[in-house]
Design a protein around this ligand. Structure first.
Ligand code: TDO
Length: 187
């Protein structure tokens, strides 16, 4: 298992080693002993799954505010996504910067999105299933978002990204500049 960090401190990509044989493969998806030195001690309390039928489906960008902040460990159970995390900690040296990782079902790679980051993805294949474990329970009162296409952030989405697929709430999410200071690096 390889754990990759980024120029933006916080997110981690986990790339597991797949052990193939005549039956298929075996892989360790998660090991706390490898992950905790990079991400700190975490405890997952909820696991989510979504199916997106259409290629180019965009979900996000989402986050939960304190005290219900959610770290998310995201992977594709079927298909592929471009998974994106944006640093929205107002006092971070990388505030407003983003990282993107292609997650695929074959590679079994995962992205850790810490509290203080907005998260979203675009599906790269039809019938893509995304599963993610989170460190806090869903709380509609703390569930917030920001615009997926904020020009000040400038996420480079795949050409197939299709704004027609956005949910009602994601069509009207605010710009980063209009968000309150929800998160700090000192949290
Ligand atoms: C996130 C969530 C939603 N729901 C409900 C609310 C709603 O009726 C329905 C669909 O919710 P949404 O439209 O928010 O689903 P979706 O747009 O897929 O939201 C997800 O997007 C990705 C990018 C994330 O990062 C996730 O944390 C989550 O916010 O499911 C739950 O019951 N529990 C949950 O944990």
């Amino acid at each position: 298992m390889e754990c990759k960090t980024f120029d933006i401190a916080g997110p981690v990509e986990i790339i597991p080693r797949k052990l193939g044989d005549e039956r298929g493969y075996f892989t360790e998806l998660f090991r706390e002993d490898r992950f905790a030195p990079l991400a700190g001690p975490i405890r997952f309390v909820q696991e989510n799954q979504s199916l997106s039928a259409r290629v180019g489906t965009i979900r996000g960008l989402h986050f939960q505010t304190h005290p219900m902040g959610q770290g998310k460990l995201v992977r594709c159970a079927a298909g592929a996504i471009l998974d994106v995390a944006v640093d929205i900690r107002h006092d971070s040296p990388t505030f407003g910067q983003w990282i993107a990782v292609e997650l695929t079902a074959e590679k079994c790679n995962q992205l850790w999105v810490p509290v203080g980051f907005a998260h979203g993805f675009c599906t790269l294949r039809p019938d893509t299933i995304v599963t993610y474990r989170v460190t806090n329970y869903y709380s509609p009162a703390h569930d917030k978002g920001m615009a997926w296409n904020d020009p000040a952030v400038g996420i480079v989405w795949p050409d197939m990204a299709d704004a027609e697929t956005l949910s009602g709430k994601d069509r009207v999410q605010p710009l980063l500049a209009d968000l309150p200071h929800y998160f700090s690096v000192k949290d």
